[in-house]
Design a protein. Structure first.
Length: 240
């Protein structure tokens, strides 16, 4: 069984914030693959279902901890122990400041990089689980980080955000292979912007040569006139 965890904060106030993109991702997966309705358990919200991957159908559990971000590990630890899910089958989706908006990376293990939800999970189950980091971009200065993370996605973000969530859901069955790179590659291929068609160089056509119009004249041909005059002078010059 896979345990797909989305990180965020509960409540309508936080629903559209950048810090809740992990909740958004697992909701999209659950809806796209017809998971069960949500139930309250393990200090969170769970939905059960199946993912049809390249190697067949795999059972999956989606978990949204409702303990607030800083205590996410409590919920994840309880669910993992109850279902006896090893860390290599736990995949956590969350926001990443150090990735540009619309970028996605997946890795196993590593540090928390200042993310309180990941730090809490590390404390409860160790750090050797898979992490799907979804870029939300950095605001540019440390003083603006909190407002950025806890701020709602802007209207300008909606195109890439909705597109990425759909692609994450579509590619989720690749997670059943245990190879995170296959999932990341599938997302990248689906989400890559279409390349504009190559511009064809226009060949400059030389203007068609037009023949000069032939003009007719009523004046006598000067060549013929001069030849006649020379012959006449010769005749006159021969007389004595």
């Amino acid at each position: 069984m896979l345990l797909l965890v989305g990180l965020g904060n509960p409540g309508e106030k936080h629903a559209r914030q950048r810090h809740n993109v992990g909740f958004m991702a697992v909701d999209e997966i659950a809806n796209a693959h017809n998971f069960s309705v949500a139930k309250s358990k393990f200090h969170g919200e769970i939905r059960e279902g199946f993912l049809d991957g390249p190697n067949g159908r795999s059972k999956a559990l989606i978990l949204k901890p409702l303990t607030y971000m800083n205590e996410s590990g409590r919920s994840v630890g309880e669910a993992a122990r109850f279902f006896k899910i090893p860390n290599e089958n736990i995949i956590v989706f969350y926001d990443e400041l150090d990735l540009a908006p619309g970028k996605l990376r997946i890795k196993t293990g590593g540090g928390a990089a200042g993310h309180n939800g990941i730090r809490s999970i590390d404390a409860h189950i160790g750090n050797d689980f898979k992490r799907v980091r979804i870029g939300i971009g950095h605001p540019g200065s440390k003083s603006r980080v909190t407002g950025h993370v806890l701020g709602d996605f802007a209207k300008a973000d909606q195109d890439w955000l909705q597109g990425m969530l759909r692609v994450i859901a579509k590619s989720a069955p690749m997670l059943t292979t245990g190879d995170g790179n296959r999932f990341a590659t599938a997302v990248a291929q689906e989400f890559a912007p279409a390349k504009p068609p190559a511009k064809q160089e226009k060949t400059k056509q030389k203007p068609a040569e037009t023949s000069k119009p032939v003009t007719q004249s009523n004046e006598p041909d000067k060549t013929e006139t001069n030849a006649f005059a020379a012959a006449f002078q010769k005749i006159l010059g021969g007389k004595k």
